[in-house]
Write a protein that binds this ligand. Sequence first.
Ligand SMILES: *Cc1c(COP(=O)(O)O)cnc(C)c1O
Length: 370
Amino acid sequence: MNARIPYVNLAGQHQPLREEILQAVGGVLDSGQFILGEETGRFEQEFAALCGVRHAIGVNSGTDALVLALRCLGIGPGDEVITAPNSYLASASCIALAGAIPRFADVRSDMNLDPAAVARAITPRTRAIIPVHLTGKPAAMPELLAVAQQHGLEVIEDAAQAVGAKLDGRPVGSWARIGCFSLHPLKNLNACGDGGVLVTDDDGVCERVKLLRNHGQPNRNDCLEFSMVSRLDSVQAAILRVKLRHLEQITVRRRANAEHYRRRLAGCARLRCPAEPRGEFCVYHTFVIQADKRDELARYLDEHGIGTAIHYPTPIHLMTVGRMLGHQPGDFPETERQAERILSLPIYPELTPAQLDQVADAILDFYRTN
Ligand SMILES: *Cc1c(COP(=O)(O)O)cnc(C)c1O
């Protein structure tokens, strides 16, 4: 019997980095600088370079990054913002937290926003679009930016799952005016706690977000407008700088694992693997197959020692908050169809080829008898 393959293994990921991380944390303790400070400034510079933009601003979480982006652009009460209903909840909750109304548009078979559906969802109150690069796969940015431009809308990229992903060679987060990333422990570039970061080429946006993340205070003796406090702390920044040095390798491994699954599962007509069309560089935050008999397959894999997950079982428009916005089943058919079929396979860099084969073999075995 093979050892169990968990869906995620965060302790295992940190084992080889332990000494480097402890040393980085020790440096922060010795510096006595815990909020923002030098380490955060250096991380922000390195992250901006990674995204090919002028500015990165570290905040408390990916959710806060999105809320601050909306507030920075003056989007609030009375405004509508369109996003994807199949995303993590925060893609929509940030809109409500900014005081605006979340609106949804359906996705394409590749799980990212359908630009034509976005265009149909626009009303006179629409102010912005939040495309999500779900699973680490770039959304259709040229088409979405064209729709936005045609209607005079802002665009904020929710790149929480997609650090390092590119479309036509250009990093996600750098396509729109603002890109937002999460540094949550489960994301590809992860802090040992909560964290988030915004990126922008716009000097005015950078200045305003720095104000809004810090009580609205330009200095200790004044406040220009009441605001929240949401800053990336120095300990997390120091840890993230260690992780940043390994990000390229992490991405290489995730992509190789995805390719391994694709190769092994290509012949199976009962499921669909995520494709990577020309021009896309995907980073596989998750590797989501769309599978017949999904729940039975998940149970079979669990019984055979393989952990899986579903991202996400209930589309946002069918949660209680979505019903409160007036939604019902059938509103976004492609999203709802996928919600019944999606299954996330283990994809972390530490997986060995033998373990990937074990997962693929179990899936093929299941469909031989089901
Ligand atoms: C994780 C995630 C967020 C929120 O990030 P947090 O750091 O957990 O607040 C937002 N959007 C998407 C698509 C995410 O996956």
